[in-house]
Design a protein around this ligand. Structure first.
Ligand code: PFF
Ligand code: NA
Length: 456
């Protein structure tokens, strides 16, 4: 019965589109460049790429697999496989909780992007003055009530779409908008190569330098590899639960990982040349994309329309990610507590909206910003980001990987791995993946975490 109630993806490529839509978002365009800047580029990027290949991708495969095997959302998936009283359900709960925390501040950033659509439409991005652009961002993020309203608007949009059901909207949005976003970055990249600061920017991203690499950098790179791929909280598990028996999990996971990584690297290769060309700050933090992109557009004809398209695409990318986050949160109440979708989605949406208000106020009030920073070393906004992506996702990911690698029956797991997949049937690939998931992934997560708390 439960099986019949569940939707399936409308087409074979539906899952790839939706999962890629979940993966590609603010994490690639906003967060990755700014943390790369803060961590000095170079070595940080390399560590991140290693984490993607060795940790993120193997977990994604395991996570999607658990979804398809159980046709459940995270908590129910573990119960179905391990029994009513299973403690593994805790891994699912942690994932659902991460969804609430992440979306609460994610939506604040998406709200800024939404406001930038309006700012772009008004033609305010043609000035080509870095100081002015950075001041403008200060106004947007520093206006507490304004930022809160845009956050509410973005959440309302997300709720409205998720109430409608996952398949339709997301698939269409991703099919059209993802290629457009890639094209946009390709064009920007071509433009960036003509800039005086391209060499310096390129070297910043790929050069081998350790100067800014702090104690927390490795944890940050690891945490971001989870965040950017949307793994370690059950989003991929939930999307995987709508897959058909003969869909290719391995090919899809590899494709999603490649697309996500491409967008992130392209974003850096666009933003840092701009940074160095105009004497801006690589360590600008969360403002980076919002000040640099207008600089690029100001130099070319039709700046207003380009900036408008860019921020619209960014909002859509954020939206397809936010949808997957809200989907995980509400699926818990629908699948586990028997709520109707029309009740669960608004209730979760409202909770997340409220939870996000302190993040929206972080840049305007001392209480959630400088005051908290003085007291505990992090603003509310940074705290939510730090705890969810650097601790909750890797911990939950650890649980998912250990379960998939050690608890699942080998027979069933291999069938999942090979089903419909040319890549999955490649000689030795299954065993390689399993060994990585069994030993490398847990060891890496545990070692990085112990390192981060200063044990060695
Ligand atoms: N992967 C998204 C991004 O890079 O913007 C963020 C995200 C979406 C994280 C969904 C986690 C998630 F479940
Ligand atoms: Na991403």
């Amino acid at each position: 019965m439960a099986q019949e109630r569940r939707g399936e993806w409308g087409s074979k490529i539906g899952f790839i589109l939706a999962a890629a839509g979940s993966a590609v978002g603010l994490g690639n365009v906003w967060k990755f460049p700014y943390i790369t800047g803060e961590n000095g580029g170079g070595l940080f990027v390399i560590i991140y790429l290693i984490c993607i290949v060795l940790v993120g991708l193997p977990i994604m495969i395991g996570e999607v697999m658990l979804g398809r095997m159980t046709q459940r959302s995270p908590v129910g998936a573990f119960r179905k496989l391990d029994g009513e009283k299973s403690l593994w359900q805790g891994v699912g709960w942690l994932g659902v909780l991460s969804g609430f925390v992440i979306l609460s501040y994610y939506s604040v950033v998406a709200g800024w992007a939404l406001e930038y659509v309006v700012i772009a439409a008004k033609g305010e991005m043609s000035s080509g003055n870095p100081a002015l652009m950075s001041e403008r961002f200060g106004e947007v993020s520093g206006d507490g009530p304004g930022a809160t309203l845009w956050h509410v608007a973005f959440m309302a949009l997300t709720v409205a779409i998720v109430i409608g059901g996952v398949q339709k909207g997301v698939e269409i949005a991703a099919r059209v908008l993802m290629p457009l976003l890639l094209l946009m970055f390709l064009a920007l990249l071509v433009y960036a190569t003509t800039l005086e600061g391209f060499g310096e920017g390129f070297n910043f991203v790929f050069g081998f330098h350790t100067d800014k690499l702090g104690a927390g950098s490795i944890l940050e790179a690891l945490g971001h590899s989870f965040f950017t791929l949307s793994v370690g909280m059950g989003a991929m598990l939930t999307y995987g639960s709508y897959l058909r028996k003969d869909d290719d999990i391995i090919g899809a996971s590899v494709a999603i990982t490649i697309i996500d990584t491409l967008v992130a690297i392209m974003a850096c290769l666009v933003l840092f040349p701009i940074t160095f060309t105009y004497g801006m700050e690589p360590e600008a933090g969360p403002s980076l994309v919002f000040t640099n992109i207008p600089m690029a557009f100001a130099q070319i004809p039709g700046s207003t329309i380009w900036a408008l398209i860019f921020f619209l695409l960014l909002v859509f990318a954020a939206l397809t990610s936010a949808i997957s986050l809200l989907e995980v949160c509400s699926a818990y109440f629908v699948d586990e507590l028997g709520w109707s979708r029309t009740l669960a989605v608004p209730v979760c949406g409202l909770t997340i909206t409220l939870l996000g208000v302190p993040s929206a106020l972080t840049f305007s009030t001392a209480t959630f910003g400088s005051g908290m920073e003085a007291a505990i070393g992090k603003s509310w906004f940074d705290l939510f980001d730090y705890v969810s992506s650097n601790w909750m996702l890797p911990l939950c990911g650890l649980g998912i990987s250990v379960f998939a690698a050690w608890k699942l029956g080998d027979e069933a797991r291999r069938v999942q791995f090979e089903a419909g997949s040319t890549l999955g049937k490649l000689q030795g690939l299954y065993v390689l993946w399993l060994q990585v998931l069994r030993y490398v992934v847990p060891a890496a997560i545990v070692v990085v975490m112990l390192h981060a708390i200063g044990l060695f």
